[in-house]
Design a binder for this molecule. Structure first.
Ligand SMILES: C[S@@+](CC[C@H](N)C(=O)[O-])C[C@H]1O[C@@H](n2cnc3c(N)ncnc32)[C@H](O)[C@@H]1O
Length: 153
């Protein structure tokens, strides 16, 4: 998973770490933080997104699948999302790279490179909150795939 900028709130870091450690029972999982762009506050929003976009794309190698978290993306139930993950794992991708954008979202270059866009809700969450919600949903997806008693519907 790739995120832009550090998570500042300890209470969120605690939650994110909890789900990442649970996730690691099922998959090899890496949480990569793209550092804030230097002098970012002096850049226009467009330029800032372009600079962040370059840093994001620099982490992607051939065979990786880029999947963006985006409020305008496709929405899933948790069970549907587990099916999506299973299909992706069967597709032979080298790695699935889920990306959470910065405060202003993604550049056009990042959208062009992305294979899929996933929405957690039509509402916009802070880029920090989404890290916590999404690590929990990923964990939930694996418990569904393994038939474990975590998800109930
Ligand atoms: C504050 S939002 C950026 C909003 C910005 N208006 C945009 O155009 O994308 C920061 C990041 O959090 C993630 N995000 C926020 N709400 C989301 C949602 N409902 N579903 C999926 N991702 C979301 C996205 O990765 C987004 O780039």
């Amino acid at each position: 998973m790739l995120v832009v900028g550090k998570t500042e709130e300890d209470f969120m870091n605690e939650g994110i770490d909890k789900y990442i450690s649970r996730l690691k029972h099922y998959i090899s999982f890496e949480f990569i933080t793209i550092p804030d762009v230097k002098g970012g506050s002096k850049l226009t929003t467009l330029k800032l997104k372009e600079e962040e976009g370059k840093l994001i794309l620099a982490k992607v190698t051939a065979g990786d699948q880029l999947i963006l978290l985006d409020e305008k993306g496709k929405d899933f139930s948790s069970r549907e999302f587990s099916g999506f993950i299973q299909k992706k794992m069967n597709s032979g991708a080298q790695a699935l790279i889920f990306v959470i954008g910065g405060a202003f979202g993604f550049s056009d270059e990042v959208y062009e490179k992305a294979k899929d866009q996933i929405s957690l809700s039509k509402m916009t969450f802070s880029h920090q909150m989404v890290r916590l919600f999404f690590t929990e949903q990923l964990y939930r997806a694996f418990t569904i795939l393994k038939g474990e008693k975590y998800h109930h519907d």
